[in-house]
Design a protein around this ligand. Structure first.
Ligand code: URP
Ligand code: ZN
Ligand code: ZN
Length: 484
């Protein structure tokens, strides 16, 4: 069925204009000042609201077995939560189990993804290095449409990889036209600090924050940037949470390196004080890595989004229930790491970003949708209100309000780290590939409505990060015979 969105202001990352938008099937077929509705068209009156490209969250963990527990939102409920908050696509991390082949892990994730109510893609994790990983990376890129590989520099003894493994994997990414992603924290130092705090009797959630200071993130970010530069690959730093890491990224970009940074909505508005709450459950629910930071780091992250040195706002949605968090009572190292945020990302960012003047509405679109569509090579199929793009559209009411409340949320967990946050600016309607998924508080999306979105490899020009190579690669020299 055709749908006409009439009377709104279309906001793309580069401009806004008063325009109607016509959708036929799963695509946008016209964007113009004034459009007539063909017979049988459903008309949505935008009533002066904004018409935005659906949000894309490039960092989620659905039904993820981590630290002995499976995260509570699966693809069905995670994507339903996303749609209710204006996000129409997620990119989840496919993480092979110990010894598992990437190809088998991909099949497992595709199976989990069948439940999705919104579109989804995957990043593939590299958690060790051998010939099989080297070979399978090619299939992952060329056959499965995954052009990003994730590396954990933390979680020693579990997912962590060392510099040698990073070097090999980043090189392979560069060969394949893929991009490495890093969770940048120095896992060896975190491990030692955790031991030290436990030995001193600091066993509560605050020990989690103490043992992962900004310095460990800054160091790992610099190290990953150096390795990427040496092998000639771009780099994407997930959950950039602090000034140390942001400055490393900004410096690299100023030197011409293709390095991207992704703050989370949690790190932009919640700070380390959360871990000092005397209520153990309250503090443990907020345990994630990297942890929330002292407030001054937030200014740096906001500045990075405005200046363009940071490009994307994500959630790292990895939701564990209070019951699951309690496994770590008496030992903060055992609290499953992760928080939710998918349905709150866009309303909270609009409220804290656009309503305060930190971001323009076009910058909001850039950091919630377009930039990541471009970085992940799915633009303009995703990330734009344009003819030919998927009809992933949000009618955004900048005056409507909502107070975040776990009691009313779609997500399956029993709390919300943004509880009580008053949002002004919420989605009135969310269209997911041409289907009404959310309408004035009514969740219409159904399990299985989502589709897998493959992403082609980057061209060599898109990935070339040639600064170090250009400057230092030895030039072939002609040997000169010297006769005595
Ligand atoms: O605490 C977090 N972030 N949990 C999910 C796994 C990860 O590190 O992204
Ligand atoms: Zn991480
Ligand atoms: Zn994550």
């Amino acid at each position: 069925m055709a749908i006409l969105i009439r009377g709104g202001t279309v906001v793309n990352h580069d401009h806004s204009r008063r325009a109607d938008v016509l959708v036929e099937g799963d695509r946008i077929v016209a964007v113009a000042d004034r459009l007539d509705a063909p017979a049988g068209t459903q008309v949505i009156d935008a009533g002066g609201a904004y018409v935005l490209p659906g949000g894309i969250d490039p960092h989620t963990h659905m039904e993820f077995l981590f630290m002995g527990e499976v995260s509570a939102d699966d693809f069905e409920w995670g994507t339903k939560a996303a749609l209710s908050g204006g996000t129409t696509m997620i990119v989840d991390f496919c993480i092979p189990g110990p010894g598992q082949s990437m190809l088998a892990a991909y099949q497992d994730w595709r199976h989990k993804g069948e439940k999705a109510a919104a579109d989804y893609g995957f990043h593939m994790a590299v958690t060790w290095w051998d010939r099989q990983v080297f070979d399978e990376m090619e299939t992952v890129v060329k056959t499965y449409g995954i052009n990003t590989f994730k590396h954990f520099m933390a979680y020693k003894g579990a997912l962590m990889v060392n510099d040698d493994e990073l070097y090999h994997s980043f090189s392979r990414c560069a060969q394949l036209g893929a991009m490495p992603l890093v969770h940048a924290e120095n896992g060896d130092v975190v491990f030692r600090m955790q031991e030290d705090y436990m030995a001193k009797g600091v066993t509560g959630p605050e020990g989690h924050a103490y043992s992962r200071p900004p310095e460990v993130e800054g160091e790992a970010t610099n190290r990953a940037i150096m390795i990427a530069d040496i092998v000639g690959s771009p780099l994407y730093v997930v959950h950039t949470s602090c000034r140390d890491s942001h400055e490393a990224i900004a410096r690299a970009r100023a030197a011409g390196k293709r390095v991207y940074g992704e703050p989370l909505i949690q790190h932009l508005v919640l700070d380390a004080g959360e871990y000092m709450n005397r209520d153990w459950d309250y503090a443990a629910r907020r345990v994630m890595s990297p942890p929330f930071r002292p407030k001054m780091h937030q200014d740096s992250l906001w500045a990075g989004l405005a200046a363009g040195s940071l490009q994307v706002v994500a959630t790292d949605h990895c939701s564990f229930t209070t019951r699951q968090k309690r496994i770590g009572m008496g030992d903060f190292r055992k609290i499953p790491n992760g928080t939710g945020g998918l349905e709150d990302r866009m309303p909270v960012l609009w409220t804290a970003g656009v309503n305060t003047g930190r971001l323009t509405r076009e910058e909001f679109v850039a950091v919630t949708s377009t930039n990541i569509a471009r970085i992940l090579n799915v633009y303009p199929r995703k990330g734009a209100i344009a003819v030919g793009s998927d009809a992933d559209i949000v009618v955004w009411d900048p005056a409507a309000t909502k107070t975040v409340s776990a009691a009313k949320q779609v997500s399956r967990i029993d709390y919300n780290v943004f509880e009580g946050f008053e949002c002004t600016g919420v989605p009135k309607v969310t269209l997911s590939r041409g289907r009404i998924a959310w309408l004035d508080g009514d969740l219409r999306a159904e399990r299985g409505d989502g589709q897998y979105v493959p992403r082609p490899a980057f061209s060599p020009v898109q990935v070339a990060n040639a600064t170090w190579k250009q400057l230092t690669a030895p030039k072939p020299v002609e040997r000169v015979e010297v006769t005595p």
